[in-house]
Design a protein around this ligand. Sequence first.
Ligand code: T5A
Length: 199
Amino acid sequence: MFITFEGIDGAGKTTQIKSLANLFTELGREYIVTREPGGTELGEQIRDILKKYQLDPKNETLLLYANRLDHVEKLIKPSIKQGKIVISDRFDDSTVAYQHFGRGIPIEDIDKIRSFTIGTFEPDLTFFLDLDLEEKYDRMSSRKLDTIEKSGTEFFSRVVDGYRKMASNTPRIVRIDGSQRQEKVFEDIKSILLEKINL
Ligand code: T5A
C-alpha cells in the first residue's frame, strides 16, 4: 500500500502523517514515512538545492523527477515488496499542482518526463488536504519561508485550484477539508482508510 498526502504548504500534511504513523504503530502494522523532495540521500541533496536556489521551472521539474526516480526505485518499491505500508509527504501530484498549474510547465512535457522516469507507478490512495489561502498564510506567518514558499499569492491560488481540479477528476485522490481542527481532519482520514483498506 502506497499512501500520499498532498496540499499547499501549511495544509497540515506533516501533522496528519504523524497521527497516521501512530495509528499504524498501535495496530502493529509495518510502515515507513518518507517525503518529497527528499526520501533518499540523493533526494535530500536535491531538496536542499530546490529550497536554496531560484531555478528555471524546467530545471525545477527535472530535478524533482531525478529525485522521484531514485526515491521510487531505492526506497518506495523495495519497502512495498517487503510488505510495508509507505506513507509519503508529497509525490507526483505535487509536480502537476506546482510545476504545471503553478509554474505553467505544459502537462504534455510533465507526462513525458514522468513516463521516462517512473512510468505508470502511482500511489494507491492520496489524501488532498484542502485549505484556503488565507488560512495557509495565518498558519505560516511566523515561519521563515524557502524559495518555493516565497512564490506569492497568485502562484498559490493556481496551485490550490489545480489540486481541486485533480481531486475532482481522479478517484485515487480524496479531498479532505484541511481547515477543520486537527482531530476532525484525522477522523475523516481514518474513516476513508477503513473504507479502502483492511486496517
Ligand atoms: N514541491 C514539492 C514542488 O514544487 N513540486 C513537487 O513535485 C514537490 C514534491 C516542499 C516544497 O516543495 C514544493 C512544494 C513545497 O513548497 P516542504 O518543506 O516539504 O517543502 O513543505 P510542505 O510539504 O508544504 O510542508 P509544510 O510543513 O509547509 O506543510 P504541512 O506539512 O502541510 O503542514 P504542517 O503539518 O507542518 O502544519 C503547518 C502548521 O499548521 C498547524 C501545525 O501545527 C503547523 O504549525 N496545523 C494546524 N493548525 C490548525 N488546524 C489544523 N487542522 C492544523 N494542522 C496543522
